[in-house]
Design a protein around this ligand. Structure first.
Ligand SMILES: *Cc1c(COP(=O)(O)O)cnc(C)c1O
Length: 373
């Protein structure tokens, strides 16, 4: 690259975020080392209380990943071998994998092409006598159309388990992600809107008994140490992650507002460009985990931006039903047309609270230049 090449615009910049909160993080983490609270403990408990309130839920149960959160929530919802669980074809593989871990079959449904979230009409058509749960995915940070989904679930007596891994603080008519279903499942993978310094996750719920069941399942099925009521798992959240997440809770709303302001600037800057920008639907608070634009010439645009030092992502290039790992579901190309066209056309732009106006101008300028080529 030429010496006067512009500096790189990263897709995310976790080091920039750390530098802004270094003193708080360092003190919290060292505190864990000094109190030797390495697994669960007081930092995790304090974080769980704050996170539950944030998600408008009565309880939050910290676990070691978003995938574990989904697995335990589905088990607690009674999902087991032979059951069917309806979810979106356009999601990260973990959603389908967690259903599979329960011995159940993921029944995939196409998305609404505007919101990228599961189509409620498709869900209604997919319900059978074997359906045990519905897992809407609040993809990219915008909540699925929960009103009709909750109604369909209630009409058939099945549970709604929200995959809120990308939707910390997202809202649907004033109700937060993780508060509308039987349970809400969050990921704190470092790049998520609320990220740990390693793996982490949580399940939110309102029911006291369910919360107790989840706490038992994450810790070897033990109600007291070495007394195992049920077969459980080692899915506990680390103390260090609880401490890091506790510090970050004080910043999550400001970071979300920054993400939303960056999204508005992209919306305005790209309005006259050749790409389609994402839409925030009425009643929604989109938290922009991902800012996904669409173009039929995605690969060309991606290369054009890469040449200018601008990093992008694709969420996700291969839908669940076309993944070799889920060939057993028997699907083929053409089964979920909206999902397949999204997979072919979406491009995620740099989106993180610390993205500077200068960096964002370069991204917008490059897309406008590409549009006019
Ligand atoms: C990240 C993610 C998960 C899994 O979370 P992990 O913490 O990585 O296990 C599940 N579903 C969706 C939609 C995700 O984005």
């Amino acid at each position: 690259m030429a010496i006067d090449a512009p500096s790189h615009v990263p897709f995310v910049d976790l080091a920039a975020q750390y530098s802004g909160i270094k003193a708080e993080i360092d003190a919290a983490v060292l505190g864990c080392f000094e109190s030797a609270e390495f697994v669960l403990g007081s930092h995790v408990q304090a974080f769980e209380a704050r996170f539950a309130a944030y998600a408008q839920a009565r309880h939050a149960v910290g676990v070691n990943s978003g995938t574990s959160a989904l697995h335990l929530a589905l088990l607690a919802a009674g999902v087991g071998p032979g059951d069917e669980v309806i979810t979106s074809a356009h999601t990260f593989i973990a959603t389908a994998a967690a259903i599979d871990y329960c011995g159940a079959v993921p029944v995939l449904v196409d998305i609404d092409p505007v919101s990228f979230t599961i189509d409620p009409a498709g869900v209604a058509a997919a319900v059978t006598a074997r359906t045990r749960a519905i897992v809407p995915v609040h993809l990219y940070g915008q909540m699925a159309d929960m009103g009709p989904l909750v109604e369909i679930a209630a009409a058939h007596g099945v549970a709604v388990v929200e995959d809120a891994a990308q939707a910390h603080g997202a809202e649907y008519f004033g109700r937060r992600a993780g508060s509308l279903g039987l349970a809400g499942c969050f990921s704190f993978y470092p790049g998520k809107n609320l990220g740990a310094y390693g793996e982490g996750g949580a399940i939110t719920c309102h029911d006291d008994g369910l919360a107790q069941q989840l706490r038992t399942l994450r810790d070897w099925g033990a109600t007291r140490k070495y007394h195992h009521e049920v077969k459980g798992f080692n899915y506990r959240l680390d103390g260090v992650q609880g401490a890091v997440l506790g510090v970050k809770m004080a910043h999550i709303e400001a970071w979300t507002d920054q993400r939303r302001a960056i999204a508005r600037r992209y919306d305005e800057g790209l309005a006259a460009s050749a790409v389609r920008t994402p839409q925030e639907l009425p009643g929604r608070r989109h938290v922009y985990h991902v800012y996904a634009i669409r173009t039929a010439e995605r690969e060309h645009l991606r290369a054009f931006l890469a040449e200018r030092g601008i990093a992008t992502g694709i969420h996700y290039p291969v839908p669940v039903h076309l993944q070799p790992a889920f060939a057993e579901l028997g699907h083929g190309r053409g089964d979920f047309p909206h999902t397949e066209s999204a997979a072919a056309e979406v491009l995620s732009l740099p989106m993180f609270p610390e993205l500077t106006p200068e960096q964002q101008c370069r991204v917008v300028g490059a897309i406008l230049e590409w549009s006019e080529r």
